[in-house]
Design a protein around this ligand. Structure first.
Ligand SMILES: Cc1ncc(C[n+]2csc(CCOP(=O)(O)OP(=O)(O)O)c2C)c(N)n1
Length: 686
């Protein structure tokens, strides 16, 4: 066996010899890895943009992983018990596309590789899980993939505890770059993984010492092995161009009882004669001369986009290894008791037991109708969860160290820990970003519906993960309490003002802001039923009256907005409000009535859903009252879609303040009197 090529960041590495059909295992490996390198540099060249450096540098790692270690079946990219591979450094997307093509994923044809970065291809600039079979998560924003992988490993451990190792027994592998490890989210992710002792999580660190600005030493001097070890990981370093060393380290990592880091010393742009080991190979086409030189150094004689038959055959044979595992798994599944099997299949498909959900929500609404409650919507949410958690076994909850404030752990919900992965409530610690990103990984893994808790103001701390959940169309549910100045004394640092608008700006994300117990139950139902989008439930700290009376069989919140109190007679004014301000609007309606002005009140629990209604439905709800006033203890942005530029808005235009909440509402003018005044002013009656 050829000794491992010495990797050096400074110099172009020594190259393995070109091989023949009777090649040694090492030479065979080199040719297989060079196939990735060639496809990557050629695809980037053709696209005139992209990142050849990482795929060329990490080709040996990917080759060992895909051809010797990982369990997958290209004919069924969604096989539940496949190993997951997460390319956290999404800019190196050609590494993944090349591996998927070579391993035989049927849709990842050479034509798709040639269409790298072109509109409508399966090979976008950064991997997108909802587009490309075999891509487990959408990566590009550095650090996210690593944290997603932690969530995947949590889901694996949880489902294994629930359904048994004969059905759920796979690893999660991550390829992470310097950039991934510099991002703050990586600390949250590795700390959580270490704490939960996620032994089936393995991170391969592409330790090439180079980032965009140049050598890593410009900006970073962290000892990553020590950092991971301090977080409870096993950590080791190998030569990332030595396939045997990589394979040995992976073998050890696979059986560890804690997560493992394998720092693989690599040379970015491995093979490129002048650009290897330099940031010049990171993110732009190498150029014709450099590619020619790389071909010579790598001993790669095939033209662009051609893979020698023997190399492709070796890859395809490796890609076919998983089929037998898959078959054996199917047989194990088939021999399970029918009910367990059906549950597992249902859970993995993401289908709900809708009758159970509907029954739980209806019984909640009946209870609330019978004994109306003046409680905060965060408490109403806890009551909802008391019914929903037992009815929907796929719900896995949590909080970022605000369990008692977010009310996300209903009575009797057991804790998921390293000693009990079957628990259903995760203490994420003060790690909003890591939590939200891990939840994305859990949802992507399938079999669970993650929900969490934090304060609405800290949505800023996890916004990148919320955005990716929306982009990936994943069902994750964020309970975000303390949703306005109504939280009172904690003051402006904790009082969201722009957050509702900022969250509503994220496409595909639904922001719910229920006004009472019944709306809270309905919004929970809508969030759980939204199989392909994330939801935020913005809930109050302060008590609210129950405005909805009686039991509506239908979910009135589903339209996003509806008339909650009609006008007496022909309405001159419509008052629109969400959450805690609906009660203020209802009180304002009474004041207007005293002045002889008929007003109706429209509750808007989900502006996003309302805007998505047909124009006719919207016109019907908005109505034709000449004066429109919107009330929300946040900024105006977004509300003009209902009230128009001429409508009156009662809300916030500055930060809040620290004081009892009733005083704040008075100070900032969000009161029935001010709402009535705004309407009267528009009517010329002030
Ligand atoms: C959150 C985030 N910030 C910035 C970037 C832009 N970016 C892409 S790659 C990269 C760093 C490249 O260094 P490294 O991660 O070591 O990758 P390599 O150069 O080894 O390919 C940066 C800053 C990004 N993708 N995500």
């Amino acid at each position: 066996m050829t000794p491992p090529a010495a990797a050096s960041a400074a110099a172009a590495p020594s190259m393995p010899a070109a091989s023949s059909a009777s090649a040694s295992p090492r030479a065979q490996h080199d040719r297989m890895a060079n196939a990735i390198r060639a496809l990557a540099m050629d695809a980037v060249e053709q696209a005139k943009s992209g990142h050849p450096g990482l795929p060329m540098g990490a080709a040996d790692i990917a080759t060992v992983l895909f051809t010797q270690v990982m369990k997958f079946d290209p004919s069924d990219a969604a096989w539940p018990d496949r190993d997951r591979f997460v390319l956290s450094a999404g800019h190196g997307s050609m590494l993944l596309y090349a591996a998927l093509h070579l391993a035989g994923y049927p849709r990842m044809t050479i034509e798709e590789i040639k269409r790298f970065r072109q509109f409508g291809s399966l090979t976008p600039g950064h991997p997108e899980s909802h587009l490309t079979p075999g891509v487990e998560t959408t990566t590009g924003p550095l650090g996210q993939g690593l944290a997603n992988a932690v969530g995947m490993a949590i889901a694996e451990a949880h489902l294994a505890a629930e359904f048994g190792r004969e059905l759920v027994d796979h690893h999660t592998y991550v390829l992470a770059s310097d950039g991934d490890l510099m991002e703050g989210i990586s600390q949250e992710a590795i700390a959580l993984a270490g704490h939960l002792k996620l032994g089936k999580l393995v991170v391969l660190f592409d330790d090439n010492g180079i980032s965009i600005d140049g050598p890593l030493s410009l900006a970073d001097s962290v000892d990553q092995l020590k950092r991971f070890e301090a977080a409870g990981w096993a950590a080791t370093r190998v030569d990332g161009h030595d396939p045997d060393a990589i394979a040995r380290a992976l073998e050890k990592a696979r059986t560890a009882n804690k997560p493992s880091l394998i720092a693989c010393k690599t040379t970015i742009g491995f093979g490129a004669p002048t650009k290897a080991g330099s940031e010049k190979s990171h993110g732009s086409p190498l150029g014709a001369d450099e590619i020619k030189g790389a071909r010579e150094r790598l001993g790669w004689t095939s033209p662009a986009f051609e893979v020698p038959a023997d190399v492709l055959a070796s890859w395809r044979a490796a890609g076919a290894r998983g089929a037998a595992h898959h078959q054996a798994w199917k047989q194990r599944l088939a021999t399970l008791p029918a009910e367990k099997r059906a549950q597992f299949e249902r859970r993995m498909s993401g289908k709900l037991e809708t009758d159970k959900l509907a029954a739980a929500v209806l019984s909640l609404k009946e209870t609330f109708a019978k004994t109306p409650k003046e409680i905060a919507t965060r408490i109403a949410s806890e009551l909802a969860l008391e019914a929903l958690v037992p009815a929907i076994p796929e719900l896995v909850g949590g909080s970022a160290d605000l369990t008692g404030s977010n009310n996300t752990r209903p009575k009797g919900m057991s804790i998921l820990s390293s000693a009990a992965y079957g628990g259903r409530f995760i203490h994420y610690g003060v790690r909003e970003h890591g939590m939200a990103s891990a939840m994305n990984g859990m949802a992507l893994h399938g079999g669970v519906i993650p929900y969490s808790g934090t304060f609405l103001v800290f949505s800023d701390y996890c916004r990148p993960a919320l955005r990716l959940a929306a982009l990936m169309e994943q069902r994750v549910i964020h309970v975000m309490t303390h949703d306005s100045i109504g939280l009172g004394e904690d003051g402006p640092t904790h009082q969201p003002v722009e957050h509702l608008a900022a969250l509503r700006a994220i496409p595909c994300l639904h922001v719910y802001r229920p006004c009472d117990t019944i709306e809270t139950a309905e919004c929970w139902q809508l969030a759980i039923e939204s199989a392909h989008r994330p939801s935020v439930l913005a809930l109050t700290r302060q008590n609210l009256p129950q405005l909805r009376q009686g039991v509506d069989a239908a979910n009135r919140c589903a339209a996003g907005a509806y008339e909650i109190v009609p006008a007496e007679g022909k309405a001159a004014v419509t008052l629109f409000a969400s959450g805690s301000e609906v009660a203020i609007a209802v009180a304002a309606r009474r004041l207007l009535a005293e002045r002889g002005v008929a007003a109706r009140v429209v509750s808007v629990p989900c502006l996003d859903l309302f805007i998505a209604q047909t124009a006719e439905q919207r016109r019907f709800v908005i109505g034709d009252a000449p004066v429109k006033v919107a009330v929300e203890a946040g900024v105006r942005q977004g509300w003009d879609a209902i009230i128009g530029a001429d409508g009156a808005f009662v809300g916030m235009s500055t930060f809040g303040a620290s004081a009892p909440y009733q005083e704040l509402y008075r100070h900032f003018g969000i009161t029935p009197e001010k709402v009535a005044e705004a309407a009267l002013a528009k009517l010329g009656k002030s």
